[in-house]
Design a protein around this ligand. Structure first.
Ligand SMILES: [Fe+2]
Length: 447
């Protein structure tokens, strides 16, 4: 009779095999509308060609096979060089800005590599439960799948930069706003438990990154936070009132960007005959027709300037998390703004909604928090004023993954329309540099 330990490894192994197949398939679905020429072009140093993403996510699993599969023979040495991202521990690699300077490996070779790795990984996962190191392997495979979901989201950003409305995205119609959402809610301060508590049980909490742990108490003063993300209409006012021409709203680093990069509006905004237009996957729209959409493609520097102009500030990540997880009944914490129920398409705009765009503010009343904040999960990652640093008691669970980035970046919360549903949690800490804005990032203000 199988021991309880083996039975549990068997269950984990079969659900992980299913997850493996669905995640790996989705990556290929995202790139399916691309033409062969699209796969290899790098339109900016900060983006990567789609070919690189599909190879790199396979390279990640090849490193698992190299470590744990006895007798595994490396697929091709030159692939290790081209598809490594930034891991010093895995040897020499091509510099990021040069990923688009090569035509080899070809797209066909890369896809063949991917298929080969998948075949080996499926066999490897099927046979893992009898091994004494099964738990370690299953958790690294899960980490590889979470890594791949991060790259799926990056693929959406990069394809947008590469093709934008020339990409034939399989878009569904945007929902309509069902509710006017405005103003701020007041939230009482006090001791708050920030971060992921290992005891939480939900599909989105089977896995959590090391940087979300350990949960720990922080003190918060009373604060107010916007009930909705800052909208295109709000942001248009900032632009029209000369926000990008007035140094007084900007951090020094932001003012420098305004002047050296000639920022006048968020990324993907274009001025046509004196009128601001926004380009997205669906085409070119007048900004005044999108006033109720959350603003996106703003940097931390722009979000901060707007907040100062509006007489507010950005929330800290602890304030954001408290607003997103506070249970109305008692002072306890719940998994999501709406409670502990699983995330679905009625609660927030994630990748599965298929919009390839933000949704109007007020489209997801079922996803609002107990305190009355809307769209905290999905639509746009929200900038916080918090530095991306380790929580007290942090223990690295994977070399060179999260901990090597603990300097100079800001935390964003909540996920975007490009984030897979299963990938997001209220405690999830994303991070980018303050000037970056090609990702789907917006914000809400606090006071
Ligand atoms: Fe990566």
């Amino acid at each position: 009779m199988a021991s309880a330990q083996t039975r549990s490894a068997n269950t984990k192994q079969s659900s992980l095999a299913d997850l493996y197949q669905s995640v790996r398939t989705r990556t290929l679905e995202i790139v399916a509308p691309l033409e062969i020429e699209d796969y290899v072009i790098q339109t900016a140093e900060f983006m990567s060609p789609p070919r690189w993403h599909i190879g790199h996510t396979s390279w990640f699993f090849e490193t698992v096979l190299q470590k744990f599969q006895p007798g595994y023979r490396t697929y091709r040495e030159d692939f290790l060089f081209y598809f490594n991202s930034y891991y010093e521990g895995f040897g020499a690699r091509i510099e990021r800005p040069k990923r688009g300077t090569r035509s080899r490996p070809t797209v066909a070779e890369t896809k063949k590599y991917r298929a080969q790795i998948d075949e080996q990984m499926m066999r490897f996962i099927e046979n893992v439960s009898s091994r004494s190191d099964a738990d370690e392997i299953l958790s690294i495979v899960r980490l590889g799948l979470e890594h791949e979901m991060q790259h799926q989201e990056l693929l959406v950003y990069d394809i947008k930069h590469l093709l934008c409305d020339q990409f034939d995205a399989p878009m569904k119609a945007a929902p309509r706003s069902q509710k006017n959402v405005g103003g701020m809610v007041e939230i009482e301060g006090g001791l708050f438990e920030l971060g992921c508590n290992n005891g939480v049980q939900s599909p989105n909490h089977e896995f959590a990154w090391d940087n979300e742990k350990p949960a720990h108490k922080v003190w918060l003063a009373d604060f107010s936070i916007d009930r909705a993300p800052v909208s295109v209409g709000d942001y248009l006012e900032f632009i029209n009132e000369g926000g990008y021409q007035n140094f007084r709203w900007w951090h020094s680093a932001g003012w420098e960007k305004v002047n050296t990069e000639h920022w006048q509006a968020p990324l993907y905004w274009e001025l046509h005959d004196g009128e601001w237009m926004i380009r997205d996957f669906a085409g070119l729209h007048r900004a005044i027709d999108k006033t109720n959409d959350p603003v996106s493609h703003v940097s931390f520097l722009e979000a901060s300037a707007y907040a100062k102009w509006a007489g507010k500030r950005l929330p800290t990540e602890a304030e954001w998390e408290k607003a997103a997880t506070l249970s109305p009944a008692d002072d306890s914490k719940q998994n999501f703004p709406w409670g502990d129920a699983t995330l679905d398409e009625s609660r927030g705009n994630l990748f599965e909604n298929g919009l390839w765009s933000v949704a109007p503010i007020g489209s997801f009343p079922a996803g609002q928090s107990a305190s009355g904040c809307h769209q905290m999960i999905g639509d746009v990652w929200e900038w916080t004023t918090s530095d991306y640093v380790p929580y007290p008691g942090f223990k690295s669970e994977f070399d060179e993954y999260n901990d090597k980035w603990f300097v100079g970046q800001k935390v964003l919360r909540g996920g975007s329309f490009a984030t897979p549903q299963i990938h997001i949690r209220s405690t999830y800490r994303n991070f980018f540099y303050p000037h970056e804005r090609w990702m789907i990032a917006g914000f809400r203000c606090a006071k």
